[in-house]
Design a protein around this ligand. Structure first.
Ligand SMILES: [Zn+2]
Length: 135
């Protein structure tokens, strides 16, 4: 018996995260911003992770950031995850740190501190993911 083919893993569709994914579909990176302390946060939460403020609004961010850390995955878990690829932590200019990937370059060329900017790639039939490319 062979293992079942793993398809692309999709994030759960929740009311809280829906504006983020809708932004990605519109080629726009949106983050929650706190009206009390003005700071941004990611991932989406019901209160501010900095001050526990409850007045959060979705705002576009620059999509500019830098690679804080990364690893190169050299063995994909299925055909849906073609290796090699990068799993990276990117620090956005606005503050939040995102787990993402860096695309459009040789994975061996990526380094901590590289400046990157967001782009958007389809993932599955209805989802668009924010990914990053080197500038
Ligand atoms: Zn706050």
């Amino acid at each position: 018996m062979s293992a079942p083919e793993l398809t692309k893993i999709l994030p759960p569709d929740t009311e809280l995260s829906r504006p983020f994914w809708e932004g990605c579909r519109n080629q726009q990176l949106l983050m929650q911003q706190c009206k009390d302390c003005d700071r941004f946060q990611f991932y989406p939460r019901i209160v501010c992770s900095h001050c526990e403020g409850e007045q959060l609004s979705w705002q576009p961010v620059s999509g500019q950031g830098s690679v804080a850390s990364f690893t190169i995955v050299r063995r994909g878990i299925s055909k849906a995850y073609e290796a090699p690829y990068i799993v990276a932590l990117v620090d956005l200019k606005e503050g939040p740190r995102m787990m993402t990937t860096v695309v459009g370059c040789d994975p061996e060329s990526v380094a901590v501190g590289d400046t990157v900017e967001v782009q958007f790639e389809p993932w599955g039939s209805d989802l668009v993911l924010p990914v990053f490319s080197k500038r």
